[in-house]
Design a protein around this ligand. Structure first.
Ligand SMILES: [Zn+2]
Ligand SMILES: [Zn+2]
Length: 137
């Protein structure tokens, strides 16, 4: 399966051991890029395989986030939302429905934030655009 092979490479790249559970969580986020919460991911995987526990899903998300394969999406709401982080992109958040959408990557010139960043070492910058999505407009 082509998708699985590509994900293998990502595990190798960050040096994280590929376990079936970690692969399932990452694959779910890649296949359904809706910025799911940990509970939503758990519910989906548990429906498919009742042996999957909530703790397993949380542990996988933590490991995947630590190595940068998954990231927490900035936004409102109590529960963190997660995103496979295999391709760089920005986000758009709708004021009306709260949906978080991926936006194609564009470079933010360092000159625009360098002074404000001061002595901090910046790893990356990302942009969150807010407004009204096409469905709510
Ligand atoms: Zn909307
Ligand atoms: Zn995203």
């Amino acid at each position: 399966m082509r998708g699985a092979i590509q994900l293998d490479e990502h595990f190798d790249r960050v040096g994280l051991r590929k376990t079936p559970q970690r692969l399932d969580v990452l694959e779910h986020l890649v296949r359904r890029p809706i910025h799911a919460t940990a509970d939503e991911i758990f519910a989906a995987l548990n429906r498919r395989d009742p042996r999957v526990s909530r703790a397993t899903v949380y542990n996988c998300l933590r490991d995947l986030a630590r190595t940068g394969l998954v990231r927490e999406v900035p936004g409102e709401g109590k529960a963190a939302r997660y995103d496979a982080n295999l391709h760089r992109h920005h986000h758009f958040i709708c004021d009306v429905c709260g949906n978080v959408e991926d936006i194609e990557w564009f470079d933010v010139p360092a000159s625009s934030w360098q002074t404000a960043a001061g002595k901090r070492r910046i790893r990356e910058s990302e942009v969150v655009l807010r407004g009204v999505c096409s469905r709510c407009a």
